[in-house]
Ligand binder design. Sequence first.
Ligand SMILES: NC(=O)c1ccc[n+]([C@@H]2O[C@H](COP(=O)([O-])OP(=O)(O)OC[C@H]3O[C@@H](n4cnc5c(N)ncnc54)[C@H](OP(=O)(O)O)[C@@H]3O)[C@@H](O)[C@H]2O)c1
Length: 297
Amino acid sequence: MITVLGATGNVGSKLVHQLLARGQPIRAIARHSGGLHSLIAGKGEFRAGDISNTEFLTQALTGSEAAFVMIPPDYAAHSLLDHYRKMSKSIASAVRRAGVPKVVSLSSLGAEHPSGTGPIKGLHEHEQILNTLDADVLHLRATYFMENLLMNVPLIQSQAIMGSAIRGDMPIPMIATRDIAKTAADRLVVQDFKGKTVHYLLGQRDLTLREAARIVSRILAVEIPYVEFDVISARRGLIQMGLSPDAAEQFLEMADAFNQGLITGKGLRNPSNTTPTSFEEFAEIFKLALAGVGSAA
Ligand SMILES: NC(=O)c1ccc[n+]([C@@H]2O[C@H](COP(=O)([O-])OP(=O)(O)OC[C@H]3O[C@@H](n4cnc5c(N)ncnc54)[C@H](OP(=O)(O)O)[C@@H]3O)[C@@H](O)[C@H]2O)c1
């Protein structure tokens, strides 16, 4: 049995499909049973509940030979890092109590740094907490999700621009979450990791946000420039999107870390962390998103 946390999310839902396609017995975890029910479609088990409830999670993990763990973000949290810490402790405690021997954990590029990286600091601490377990733990340090750029859809609709506080000329590695799911599935099935290890996932190539906007423009056949927001406009935009003031500050710190080159794949890229989906392939989804069809599949 392989148990998947965050099973209806960006990475988790694709991982569930990957594992089911390989005939693996799986158990999917999220809070809302409706989404789990349609995801699993009778081909596996699911448990609906909150990861911060350690009793629930221990029971949900019991009997698993391996688990995919992730921290679901709560951008409305009063303190984003307290939220990460609470989730991390519950996950670690439940993995320990359920005796799960193999764990694949969703972490991030930049989690090697203890400070200066915004929300990724929560994943740095999460790695340390998971490293106290007896289980074999593989940390997937995935880079910036291509799906993040779908947050620009309202801006494209209202102002025909894309934008954030990240510099438009800074090359950053970007990955489609389907490629993270594929690697997670490979490693969960083969279980070829021992002790505490790290696997970076850097996407198909580095590209700047200006290049990304040019590709989106080509696909939509409309000119969509990328605009670098100053800190005040970016903060206002993040809070308007529903982030708490603290979460907004964490995101501004992360943008600064990209801008300063603190979060970088420089010197790390190799065939085992380079994944197939190009931004050109991914960006086709913008047509559907702008038409209001489907999600960040
Ligand atoms: N975005 C990036 O560029 C990036 C890069 C590297 C790493 N990461 C990390 O990736 C993670 C996010 O992954 P994702 O985008 O796949 O997540 P996501 O799409 O936000 O999905 C979250 C999943 O967790 C479930 N969930 C939410 N709150 C829960 C709770 N309290 N208890 C149980 N389940 C809960 C959700 O379903 P329900 O709502 O039904 O519960 C959903 O299945 C974060 O830890 C983030 O730091 C992100």
